[in-house]
Design a protein around this ligand. Structure first.
Ligand SMILES: NC(=O)c1ccc[n+]([C@@H]2O[C@H](COP(=O)([O-])OP(=O)(O)OC[C@H]3O[C@@H](n4cnc5c(N)ncnc54)[C@H](OP(=O)(O)O)[C@@H]3O)[C@@H](O)[C@H]2O)c1
Length: 320
């Protein structure tokens, strides 16, 4: 008999995570027996102790979230390049760890999750001007996907400038002149963006909506209300995230149709979905797809991410 597999999530303040529900669904869909634990770590040494359990065979796979993704990459013996990344320069903080023979392998499924969530929302990035807010672990993982999906221009802004500049340099080595570092707090040049991707910690966990509003009041909300860009927030919350709520308060429309097809157990038909404004449940969709990617790396079994998504959406029932 095959022993049950043991997976988990390493991070700080992860009590709210939806990952256990997603992986419970993945176990059910795949017929694989196993468990998925939240492994809250206060500091790097605690996280390293959990990573070591992979080498000992006490765990079979780990997801890694803020603030330990860079540590996961440093600890890994090898980097598995996500298939969609065109160049080796895109080694970046890891959200997935597992053993391959006797090597600890790090990879990232965040880019896959983003690309799949954009596809499920039928967002076509070809020729679009995209603003990426945040160049942390997730921002670094998804930036190349945005250009690989055909974005004509990618502006990257980060509270601390250096990571945005470093990321832009790496992107331009593959897509010359496509990426630009943009000063955090500078609204000029952003009014005509087609797509906004939010990938900072604002709205995540304990960050209060008032703080989010104060930190993002410099964005050109008035111009965006007049000509709404698509807003994809990586953060997920049960309903509207604080960033989505802020955008709605500034007059951007909310589109919740990304949630309808998984709940109904159907596929969204082409031409059926012209999302405008805030893509509600985008963070959940990305989370489900990155989780399915990690599950496949750990087990070799592909699971239906849409059905996993249905398990975490409001209105989910046990037989979705
Ligand atoms: N839905 C999904 O599947 C998914 C997947 C991955 C991540 N995420 C979400 O994406 C977000 C970023 O995750 P991550 O892995 O990139 O985390 P991370 O590596 O810890 O990076 C944090 C990012 O947030 C920025 N930041 C933190 N506090 C800020 C503030 N007060 N004002 C402005 N910027 C601030 C940081 O800027 P500095 O460099 O200046 O510190 C950095 O860009 C999180 O909210 C996470 O939940 C979602």
């Amino acid at each position: 008999m095959i022993a049950p597999l043991r997976f988990g999530l390493v991070g700080t303040g992860i009590g709210h995570s939806l990952s256990p529900r997603l992986h419970e669904k993945a176990f059910e869909l795949s017929g694989i027996t196993g468990s998925y634990a939240l492994l809250d770590c206060a500091d790097a040494s605690a996280a390293l102790a959990v990573f070591a359990q992979l080498r000992l065979g006490d765990l079979d796979g780990l997801n890694v979230t803020t603030p330990f993704k860079a540590l996961a990459l440093q600890t890994a013996d090898a980097w598995l390049r996500p298939a969609s990344h065109r160049s080796g320069v895109f080694t970046h903080p890891a959200n997935t760890l597992f053993m391959q023979e006797d090597r600890l392998v790090g990879s990232s499924t965040d880019g896959h999750g983003l690309a799949a969530a954009l596809r499920s929302a039928q967002v076509d990035l070809a020729g679009k001007r995209v603003l990426l807010l945040g160049a942390g672990g997730a921002g670094q993982a998804i930036a190349a996907e945005l250009l690989a999906a055909g974005a004509a221009q990618l502006r990257v802004t980060n509270r601390t400038p250096a990571p945005a500049h470093a990321l832009v340099d790496r992107l331009n080595a593959v897509w010359p002149h496509h990426a630009h570092a943009h000063d955090w707090g500078e609204a000029r040049g952003l009014a005509d963006m087609d797509v906004i991707v939010h990938a900072t910690l604002l709205g995540h966990g304990q960050v209060l909506p008032d703080t989010v509003a104060a930190q993002l009041d410099w964005l050109p909300w008035q111009a965006w209300a007049a000509r709404p860009p698509l807003l994809a927030d990586l953060v997920y919350a049960p309903e509207l995230t604080p960033v989505q709520a802020l955008a709605r308060a500034h007059g951007l429309p909310v589109d919740d149709r990304l949630a309808q097809a998984p709940i109904a157990g159907t596929r969204i038909q082409q031409d059926n979905l012209q999302i405008v404004g805030i893509i509600q449940y985008f963070g959940q969709a990305m989370l489900a797809h990155q989780a399915a990617g990690a599950f496949e790396l750990w087990t070799g079994v592909a699971v239906d991410a849409q059905r996993m998504l249905a398990a975490i959406l409001p209105g989910a029932t046990s037989n979705t």
